[in-house]
Every structure is written in structure tokens, then in C-alpha cells.
Design a protein. Structure first.
Length: 178
């Protein structure tokens, strides 16, 4: 098997990406401190044609050298907005008709493989601080909580890994519709 060259990958130009139809999913980063994680989530949002990212609280914003190292240009393609307070972002997005879900471990969380995505809904997926997770006030403001099942000795995944897993599931769902 021969690897494809970059010019064979049929990647969208920046303008083509901006014009492309997006999957109705927005990511909210609630006080994410790692610049590498922020950049990785930008890149994942680009790969899966998501509507954008809302950066909240202590989450750093572009332009930033450390974000750029992992985003590899996705900060230019993916729409982003900053909010000092995550609850502000949630209230705005809810008023725009989004269903809001935190990625967290809570009582009564829905396991990712049991979560039913609806083609008639728009979604916000909230990922939280690397140690403390999604702020409890933010969890309380959500329509629900999704949990990634884990069966090893660790109780958490890196935020960039979590985002990759969850956003892939949403992307797969929307690809089946096209």
C-alpha cells in the first residue's frame, strides 16, 4: 500500500471549508488550560466540519503559538468565539435552539454508545478543565450529560482524546445522512 501524497488528499481550501455545509455541532471548552488540547480540539472540529468552538473562562484564544502548534491552521478555518463565562455561552446557544450536553461523569449520565443523536437537533458539547472537568454550575445548566465508558484503571481521558471520540461519533451519524 502506497501512502497518499498531500495533493492527493482532496483537502478543502480555506474558502471551500468556509462555504461547506457544517454538521450542527458546536464545542464549548469550559476552562481548558492546556494550549495543546485547545489546538487539538480546533483541528478535530476542522476535520469533522463542525460549526465552531466557544472558548470560555481561562481557555486561551488564538492567536497563540502553542495553540497553533497543534491546530495546524484550524484556528483560521473553524469559527470561534470567546466568553468570559461559560453560562453566558450556554444561555445564548440555548436561545438559538441548541441542545446542551456536558461530557462528564455524573449520576445518570448517558453512556456515549446509548446516546441517540437526532437529525432534527443542533448540539453543543461541553468539555471541561483537565483536572476538575466541567464546572458543576455548567453541568446543572445542561440538558444532559454524556459519558465515555471506560473499563481500565484510570477514570478519565485527555480532553483532546475525549473530544476526538465523541466528535467522531457525531460525525459518523451525520455522514450516514448524506
Amino acid at each position: 500500500m502506497e501512502k497518499l501524497r498531500n495533493e492527493e488528499l482532496n483537502r478543502k481550501t480555506l474558502e471551500e471549508f468556509r462555504r461547506a455545509g457544517k454538521n450542527p455541532v458546536l464545542v464549548v471548552l469550559d476552562n481548558v488550560r492546556s494550549l495543546n488540547n485547545i489546538g487539538s480540539v480546533f483541528r478535530t472540529c476542522d476535520a469533522f466540519l463542525l460549526e465552531g468552538i466557544y472558548l470560555c473562562g481561562i481557555t486561551a484564544t488564538p492567536p497563540h503559538r502553542e495553540i497553533s502548534k497543534t491546530a495546524l491552521g484550524a484556528t483560521e478555518s473553524v469559527h470561534w468565539q470567546y466568553f468570559e463565562n461559560t453560562l453566558e455561552a450556554i444561555h445564548l446557544l440555548r436561545s438559538q435552539g441548541y441542545r446542551i450536553y456536558a461530557l462528564e461523569q455524573t449520576r445518570h449520565a448517558c453512556q456515549l454508545h446509548n446516546f441517540k443523536i437526532s437529525q432534527n437537533e443542533k448540539y453543543v458539547l461541553i468539555f471541561g478543565h483537565e483536572i476538575n472537568g466541567v464546572n458543576q454550575e455548567v453541568v446543572n445548566a445542561c440538558d444532559g450529560v454524556i459519558e465515555i465508558p471506560q473499563h481500565g484503571t484510570k477514570h478519565s481521558l485527555n480532553i483532546a482524546v475525549s473530544a476526538g471520540i465523541v466528535l467522531w461519533e457525531f460525525f459518523r451519524f451525520y455522514q450516514k445522512l448524506t
